[in-house]
Write a protein that binds this ligand. Structure first.
Ligand SMILES: *Cc1c(COP(=O)(O)O)cnc(C)c1O
Length: 427
């Protein structure tokens, strides 16, 4: 009789055996139902774009694309992923505060829906390199109002993102000089990890108001407005899930009123964490279980090198992600362990004082709700452990969707300077 976790009927120990640990496991059913659950409730006039940086894995992006999601990308590699999985360029936007000429050229060549421009200098640069045929651009606004409910604000205060609303209001003359850039609307993204429906609705209202005001002041047609998102996933025991019904009802209401005045405006919401977060579990194997000065530690084969977010985000108190024994999933959590990884730093703590059943070396431990901002937002090269394997379970079949970095992969990137290892005769 086993009480281990299964993913679509597959025992997690089989996955660990087959692909090794540490390992990210994505449940394709959860990924799909998260997207469709949102899509079903959201006004069909709102396009959902997936923010690739939350989890740029090509197959994860592919599942979302197959369900109809567009993509928001921020690097050449993310743009390439979108191309490879066949996202229609009309459903791609490119944003980021430090875009290079090479990236802007790639956007122009592919003919994406819009580049999201984050400074007036970038706008001038874009105008100088855009093709004769023109280049559609959304202006990213840093609104004068502050976002509500965000654990990490991206606007409403001094930020490297976007253009201050006050500066944009004075940019009319510059906009009129643009020859190839076509400003088609506005974009704002106020912050992430919002778990309160009313906050998201009020942010949406705020962004649509700003877009409307700027459009009128600057004589910019509102062909597209991207009002961001920032939907959160609850990680810590003091958090509860976003009320999706209330969130979407509120957004739909705000959008319906906006659409009465701007019936032809394309509306986009861009979401990363919410779409990818729920489906993923970071699976590590307990290597050693030891005691230090009265506290029990589980030292696992993976840690914050693959899951930096588990250290705790924006909080002075260390709060833990949902962490479970996968080997004894249903056993009562009557012990307390600090779960650490292989790094030589005391900060490599995945969970502090976690309630777990008894853990023995060889047991599997999982950090849940970890499908977003995992390896791609972690120091995977620290101690040269490299990237973990990633497995996506689709319709009951596991697929290796990213190979684990081997030691040889990592060493291959080094270039040995010929003189660097000759004994110099000194010392
Ligand atoms: C990171 C980012 C997102 C995705 O944020 P989530 O909180 O993961 O949904 C969306 N828009 C912009 C501009 C971003 O930088």
């Amino acid at each position: 009789m086993t009480d281990e976790l299964t993913v679509q009927g597959i025992p997690v120990s089989d996955l660990a055996q087959r692909y090794g640990t540490p390992l990210y496991v994505y449940d394709g059913d959860v990924l799909r139902s998260t997207y469709t659950g949102l899509r079903d409730l959201l006004d069909p006039h709102i396009d959902v774009f997936y923010s690739a940086k939350a989890n740029p894995n090509m197959s994860v992006c592919g599942v979302l694309r197959s369900l109809g999601a567009g993509m928001e990308v921020s690097s050449l590699a993310e743009l390439m992923v979108a191309q490879r999985i066949g996202v229609d360029p009309a459903d791609i936007i490119f944003l980021g505060p430090g875009k290079t000429v090479a990236e802007l050229h790639a956007c122009a060549e592919l003919g994406i829906h819009a580049v999201v421009c984050e400074s007036l200098d970038e706008l001038k640069l874009l105008d100088s390199i855009a093709p004769e045929s023109g280049m559609p651009v959304l202006l990213r606004v840093n609104p004068a109002f502050s976002s509500k409910g965000s654990r990490l604000a991206m606007g409403g205060k001094p930020r490297q993102f976007g253009i201050d609303e006050e500066i944009l209001l004075g940019a009319g003359p510059l906009l009129r000089q643009l020859r190839r850039v076509r400003v088609i609307g506005f974009h704002a993204y106020l912050g992430t990890r919002i778990l309160d429906a009313a906050d998201i609705v009020s942010n949406t209202q705020g962004v649509l108001d700003v877009a409307e005001r700027l459009g009128a002041e600057l004589d910019v047609p509102l062909a597209t407005v991207d009002f961001g998102g920032g939907f959160g996933v609850p990680y810590f025991d003091n958090e509860s899930p976003l009320d999706l019904a209330a969130t979407t009802a509120g957004i739909n209401d705000v959008v319906a009123r906006f659409r009465r005045r701007h019936p032809h405006c394309r509306l986009i919401t861009e979401l990363g964490r919410y779409l990818a977060g729920w489906c993923g579990t970071y699976v590590v194997r307990a290597q050693y279980v030891k005691q230090s000065r009265g506290e029990w530690f589980v030292v696992a084969d993976g840690g914050t090198n693959h899951h930096m977010a588990a250290v705790g985000i924006g909080s002075f108190v260390k709060r833990n992600f949902p962490i479970r024994s996968l080997t004894h999933y249903d056993a009562p959590a009557d012990r307390q362990y600090t779960v650490t990884g292989p790094l030589c730093t005391p900060n490599d703590v995945v969970g502090a004082k976690v309630k777990l059943p008894e853990i023995r070396p060889g047991d599997l431990i999982g950090v849940q709700r970890s499908g977003a901002y995992g390896p791609s937002a972690s120091p995977v090269l620290f101690l040269s452990h490299g990237h973990p394997a990633e497995v996506l379970v689709l319709d009951g079949t596991p697929h290796l969707v990213r190979r684990r970095d081997t030691a040889a992969d990592l060493i291959d990137r080094h270039v040995l300077a010929p003189q660097s290892y000759h004994h110099t005769g000194k010392g």
